[in-house]
Ligand binder design. Structure first.
Ligand code: FES
Length: 337
């Protein structure tokens, strides 16, 4: 089995045949920096000093031309073919709290949430262990590479993994999940948990901002805030944005949580009202535009979690950091493109 060593560090870890360098390192408890785990964000770049790796996605968008000229690689898209010595930053903040593991899961059922988003229910034999806001990598039949989906439920002993997944036109994962390529009872491999945008203790009230299937991890965080007495003194503001009313859901899910009416607020907005939007009583505009006018305090008083399409996540980050000077440590998100 290939062994990986990191320049300037004592860390050495094995990488078994099926693993990428990133996933093997995280499994070994090493804080290798990453976000998406699927080749798009570029956070897991490294330099190969010796040895050889198989490049799982040569055109991955996580590398630009300059990176390629400098022979940089993505740890999440590199499978070692022998011992390797690499140069890569280690970040203690990336050490997994729960060691990711590969296991089989079975699709139990799916149910629609909106016109193009369904909740998919999977079950594992082992307990489902993850932190609110994390994601898992699913290996879908006939799809090359892994697909990252965030859990909407909470960790549980019964092995339930629930995901809100959007039907993306032309998407390989969607083709399988929404067109019956994986019938109920079908088995797939799940690898996880991954992700750094998980709920963490803080003295501040919490703001969740969701767009698209980014609703999934935000609902998980809201459920954890409601379930954990440690957050009983915290208020939660939940912003959900879509194009039209038919994209919006989630209030009913949150309304079922204990204390919803006392300390949680749900704010929905739509950005492209059409004639069918007549009767819409929520806000109009992009979801990031709703946050500052809605909240009573300066934004630096809150802890922010957000997930959604890349343009939304970038707009939220800009608004918080540049317009409102919210410290970066109070922003929690994983970049997917
Ligand atoms: Fe590797 Fe995002 S590109 S973690």
């Amino acid at each position: 089995m290939p062994v990986i060593s990191i320049d300037g560090s004592e860390e050495v870890f094995p990488c078994d045949g099926g693993d990428s360098l990133l996933r093997a390192g995280l499994r070994a408890g090493i804080g290798l920096p990453y976000e998406c785990g699927t080749g798009s964000c570029g956070t897991c770049k490294f330099t190969l000093l010796s040895g050889a790796v198989e490049d799982l996605w040569p055109d991955a968008p996580g590398l630009n031309e300059r990176d390629r000229r400098k022979q940089r690689k993505l740890a999440c898209q590199s499978r070692p073919t022998g011992d390797c010595h690499i140069k890569m930053r280690i970040d203690a903040a990336c050490v997994p709290h729960i060691t990711p593991r590969r296991q089989g899961v079975k699709l139990v059922k799916s149910a629609p949430l909106t016109h193009d988003m369904h909740e998919f229910y999977f079950k594992s034999d082992l307990p489902a262990e993850f932190l609110p806001g994390q994601y898992a990598l699913l290996r879908l039949p006939g799809v090359s590479g892994l697909r990252a989906y965030s859990m909407a439920n909470l960790a549980n002993e019964s092995g339930d993994w629930n995901f809100y997944i959007k039907n993306m036109p032309g998407g390989a994962g969607s083709r399988i999940l929404f067109a019956g390529g994986l019938p109920p009872g079908g088995d797939i491999e799940l690898d996880g948990p991954y992700g750094l945008a998980y709920l963490r203790p803080s003295p501040r009230d919490i703001v969740c901002i969701a767009g698209g299937s980014g609703l999934s991890p935000m609902i998980s965080i809201a459920r954890a805030v409601a379930a954990d007495a440690g957050y009983a003194a915290r208020r939660l503001h939940f912003f959900h944005g879509g194009r039209q009313p038919r994209d919006i859901c989630g209030e009913e899910i949150l309304a079922d949580l204990p204390d919803f009416s006392d300390r949680m607020r749900y704010h929905a907005s739509i950005s492209e009202p059409d004639p069918a939007s007549r009767g819409w009583t929520g806000a109009l505009g992009m979801v990031h535009e709703q946050v500052a006018p809605t909240l009573a305090n300066p934004l630096a008083d809150y802890e922010f979690y957000f997930a959604g399409p890349p343009a939304m996540a970038e707009a939220v980050q800009r608004m918080l950091m540049i317009d409102h000077k919210v410290p970066f440590e109070q922003l929690h998100f994983d970049r997917f493109f």
